[in-house]
Design a protein around this ligand. Structure first.
Ligand SMILES: [Zn+2]
Length: 194
C-alpha cells in the first residue's frame, strides 16, 4: 500500500504492525492500549503480549484482571528460563516501559527495548540504573521514542482509552470508532486528523 494523500503512511511499518495490532485489541477489549512483541536476532517473533488489566481471561501463562497485566510482562512471561543476553532478544512496545516492565526486562535478560511513544507517567525511569549494581548491569538499552506518526498513534490510543472511560465525555471517542476491524483501518482513519 502506498502513502496516504495527506502525506501520512497508510500502513503500519514493520516491525510495528503486530505491537500495534495487539494494542488495538487491548483497546477494543477495554484494557489499556499497549502491545509488546519480542523478536530474536533474526527478527523472528519469539513472544507477544498485550495489556489485559481490565479483562478476565488471558492465554496460559499470561496475566489478566490485575494492575500488573502489562503488555511487556505478558510477552516476557513467555520467555523460557535460561534465555540470556547473547540471544539478542529485542522487545518492541508501543509505549515506554514502566518501572514494573523495566524490572521484568532485567529478570528476563532482555537487553534492548524499543518503544514508540514516551510515557510521561514514568518520567525519570531512565535514571533508575543510577543506583548501580545488578540493576545497572542488566538495565536494558532503551531506544525511543521513535517519534513521528507511530508515536502520535500510540499516544492517541491512550487518549482514546482515557476518554472512553471518562464519565464527563460519554460520547468520546465518537460512535463507531472502535468498530474499525483492524489496526490498519484505525491507523489510516485517525492519522489524517492529527
Ligand atoms: Zn509496564
Amino acid at each position: 500500500m502506498t502513502g496516504h494523500p495527506s502525506g501520512h503512511p497508510s500502513a503500519l511499518p514493520q516491525p510495528w504492525h503486530l505491537p500495534f495490532e495487539l494494542a488495538w485489541e487491548a483497546l477494543r477489549a477495554g484494557s489499556r492500549p499497549v502491545g509488546a512483541v519480542l523478536v530474536d536476532a533474526g527478527g523472528r517473533v519469539v513472544a507477544a503480549g498485550r495489556n489485559r488489566s481490565e479483562e478476565t481471561t488471558a492465554p496460559p501463562g499470561q496475566l489478566a484482571g490485575t494492575a500488573i497485566a502489562h503488555a511487556e510482562v505478558n510477552a516476557l512471561a513467555q520467555v523460557p528460563t535460561g534465555a540470556r543476553a547473547d540471544d539478542g532478544l529485542r522487545l518492541y512496545t508501543t509505549l515506554e516501559p514502566c518501572l514494573l516492565c523495566s524490572g521484568a526486562l532485567i529478570h528476563s535478560h532482555v537487553r534492548h527495548v524499543v518503544y514508540a511513544a514516551a510515557d510521561p507517567m514514568w518520567r525519570g525511569v531512565e535514571n533508575v540504573p543510577g543506583v548501580g549494581g545488578l540493576i545497572a548491569e542488566r538495565w536494558a538499552h532503551r531506544e525511543g521514542p521513535v517519534g513521528g506518526p507511530l508515536a502520535a498513534f500510540s499516544r492517541l490510543l491512550m487518549d482514546i482509552w482515557t476518554m472512553a472511560r471518562a464519565a464527563a465525555v460519554p460520547a468520546a471517542p465518537g460512535p463507531g470508532l472502535l468498530d474499525a476491524p483492524t489496526v490498519h483501518a484505525a491507523y489510516a482513519a485517525l492519522l489524517p486528523h492529527l
